[in-house]
Design a protein around this ligand. Structure first.
Ligand SMILES: [Mg+2]
Length: 322
């Protein structure tokens, strides 16, 4: 990459730093930030590749939005408040209008959460975006996968399945306006940041649903060495998803599609019974749908029951990364 290209990139990815905990941002070999004594630093990274994580024709705005949100969702999964990101971007060519749109949308999301972009790297290659996000959580209040206990109730935020229905709609060119909300959810997931920040007062165990509920709840069960019983009739489905199955699937819900494909970016967490009322009130206050979908058991198995109390088995458990 020659100097003019380098300057171009620098122009698009140097935003004003608004946080006073950023000691050194761009312009040196490393960035430097300060972490308060009573906080714990959480770090996560996610790569989005064109054709793998989003359809090739996805708009630069949607790519920017999703690239940052999937990282914020991982921070939310552990109860952290997002603070800083770094960005590594690989581009097939310098396309000024693409870069303008991408960088403006990125800046909008970063401003909304008061996150500073503190460094990054650019290379020429197939379109790929890697964001590393860092966040802060009160010491000892981090939500973890290995803290579920038998008897805990299992909750999910929002609704599941919209993104996969949206992807199906895009890939099969269904061209049905009733499914536009699903496409919107696919492109513009909403990390549950503010809910997660407050959830740390009541829960100790959470994960974000990025690879499908079965796989992600499975990670909690494996780490916590317990099982779960899930009531499929309690799984929250949007009206658009219900419409999709009614109209395109003989009114039969395809549970493997809803629960093993991913991209939901909702939170799945466990609660001791005594904390349920407080968390339900918190969700109501934030106007966030919250559903109790089952209970942690000692069995070591994840059992899902349909309305007729029949156990449903899932052969594919989630999005496969390789
Ligand atoms: Mg995650």
């Amino acid at each position: 990459m020659n100097n003019s290209e380098f300057d171009l990139i620098k122009k698009y990815f140097t935003f004003p730093v608004t946080r006073d905990d950023v000691l050194i941002a761009s312009g040196d070999d490393c960035a430097s930030v300060s972490v308060p004594d009573d906080k714990q630093l959480l770090i996560t990274t996610d790569t989005l590749i064109a054709g793998v994580h989003f359809p090739e024709k996805t708009s630069p705005e949607d790519i920017a939005y999703k690239a940052i949100m999937v990282n914020l969702s991982d921070l939310a999964a552990m109860g952290a408040t997002p603070s800083w990101i770094t960005l590594a971007i690989s581009l097939p060519a310098i396309d000024q209008s693409w870069l303008t749109a991408f960088s403006q949308q990125l800046h909008i999301v970063l401003s909304r959460f008061n996150i500073s972009l503190i460094g990054g790297d650019t290379t020429r290659g197939p379109l790929s975006i890697t964001i590393q996000a860092m966040g802060l959580c009160d010491k000892g209040k981090v939500l973890r996968r290995d803290k579920a206990r038998p008897g805990d109730k299992i909750y999910v935020t929002g609704e599941l399945g919209d993104a996969v229905v949206g992807l199906h709609s895009v890939l099969n060119e269904l061209d049905d306006t009733a499914l536009l909300p699903c496409i919107h959810r696919l492109n513009r997931p909403e990390a549950r940041v503010s809910f997660a920040e407050q959830l740390t007062d009541y829960s100790v165990c959470a994960i974000d649903v990025s690879d499908g509920l079965i796989a992600d709840l499975g990670h909690i069960l494996e780490a916590s060495q317990c099982g779960a019983s899930v009531d499929l009739s309690a799984i929250p489905l949007s009206l658009s998803v219900q419409y999709f199955f009614w109209n395109y699937h003989n009114n039969v819900i395809d549970w493997p599609m809803v629960l093993t494909q991913g991209d939901d970016y909702e939170l799945c967490f466990t609660l001791d019974e005594k904390n349920q009322a407080a968390v339900i009130a918190l969700a109501e206050q934030q106007q966030l749908r919250l559903s109790c979908i089952g209970e942690i058991t000692e069995s070591g198995e994840l059992l899902c029951f349909d309305e007729a109390q029949q156990a449903i088995h899932f052969s594919e458990t989630g999005f496969k990364h390789f």
